[in-house]
Design a protein around this ligand. Structure first.
Ligand SMILES: [Zn+2]
Ligand SMILES: [Zn+2]
Length: 137
């Protein structure tokens, strides 16, 4: 639940769709990857943008074939977002009978290429955030 200034009441937030990752910064420098997909949540009644969060992912890679860390080609093949419910989110227990913990998760698929052996490396990562970590728009 969140307050919608347009509807003037507390409303449910609509689950985000893949296209709600409307902005995603990517960068790579000597094998150090930074990916920051932004997710927006909407009012389920009028569609107003209510909450937003930029997820953050950082990882350092070496080429597993030749050990080279001068990797500087990064491409994002797919990013998707979904709303989930779980009874145990990172050890924080929900009530098994009626109150699962709601969170939003982003799946990112990316490819980096090694400058030395030209090998392509594919990675998949899932990021999760609780609704309370989202900011008001
Ligand atoms: Zn609304
Ligand atoms: Zn290599």
């Amino acid at each position: 639940m969140a307050r919608c200034n347009n509807c003037n009441k507390f409303v449910l937030l609509e689950d985000p769709y893949a296209e709600d990752i409307n902005h995603c910064d990517i960068a790579i420098d000597d094998g150090f990857v930074e990916i920051a997909p932004k997710v927006v949540l909407y009012c389920s009644e009028c569609g107003l943008e209510i909450k937003e969060l930029t997820f953050e992912y950082e990882e350092s890679h070496k080429c597993p074939i030749c050990g080279e860390d001068h990797l500087d080609q990064l491409s994002l093949s797919r990013a998707s977002v979904e709303g989930f419910e779980d009874f145990d989110f990172n050890g924080k227990k929900g009530n098994k009978l009626k109150n699962p913990i709601k969170y939003w998760g982003v799946d990112i698929y990316y490819t980096i290429a090694c400058n030395k052996c030209k090998n392509s490396l594919n990675y998949e990562v899932s990021l999760k955030e609780l609704p309370k970590n989202f900011d008001d728009c």
